[in-house]
Design a protein around this ligand. Structure first.
Ligand code: GRF
Length: 194
């Protein structure tokens, strides 16, 4: 079976990218990471990719703060297509994906989110869970659609909320599960891509 080609998009430290990379290097990922793109010049994800000799690129958001301009999405789609990417993995990418990119990769963009969706979509989901006083939260890998963390769920893992949890400790435990399930979800999808 061929290894599908992954493009990873991230804005932050890139620990989920690292989990995918580690799985790829240890031979447990049915995919190869061919490109990492970020909208943040100094993002840790870019440094991790460079250290692993994986091609990187910067998404030019034209100085935008939170939106992802349509021309920038078109350019990003072109860059991913040029690299013959089969599956796009969002790993801490902080901009909403809209039609130019969604149309270029229908059913081929996935995201990891730090809650048991549909509970707590949006930012800092671990804080939302803590504030809501739930006994259990977790993480979700899901397909990306035009909504906010609303696409079809692929895989989830539960994480208990402990009585002495802070936002930091809870997020750290959720991330351990993220790093475990993201490679598993990629393998589930890889099995469906010829
Ligand atoms: C993760 O918690 C992920 O669930 C969310 O953004 C965070 C990215 O962390 N979408 P990292 O950059 O992979 O460390």
């Amino acid at each position: 079976m061929r290894k599908i080609r992954l493009g990873v998009l991230g804005s932050g430290s890139g620990s989920n990218f690292q989990a995918l990379l580690d799985a790829s290097q240890s031979g447990t990922l049915d995919a190869q990471i061919v490109l990492v793109l970020s909208d943040v010049v100094g993002a840790g994800i870019l440094e991790r990719a460079r250290n692993a000799n994986i091609p990187t690129g910067l998404i030019d958001c034209r100085g935008c703060t939170s939106k992802f301009p349509l021309e920038a999405q078109q350019e990003t789609a072109g860059t991913l297509k040029k690299a013959a990417v089969d599956l796009v993995c969002l790993a801490g990418f902080m901009r909403m994906i809209k039609s130019p990119l969604l149309e270029a990769f229908p059913g081929r963009i996935i995201n990891i989110h730090p809650s048991l969706l549909p509970a707590f979509p949006g930012l800092e989901a671990w804080k939302q869970a803590l504030d809501a006083g739930v006994a259990e939260t977790g993480c979700t890998v899901h397909y990306v659609d035009a909504g906010m963390d609303s696409g079809e769920i692929i895989l989830q893992a539960a994480v208990p909320v402990l009585t002495d949890d802070t936002a930091t400790t809870l997020h750290a435990r959720i991330q351990l599960q993220e790093h475990r399930i993201y490679p598993l979800a990629v393998n589930i999808i890889a099995a469906t891509i010829p």
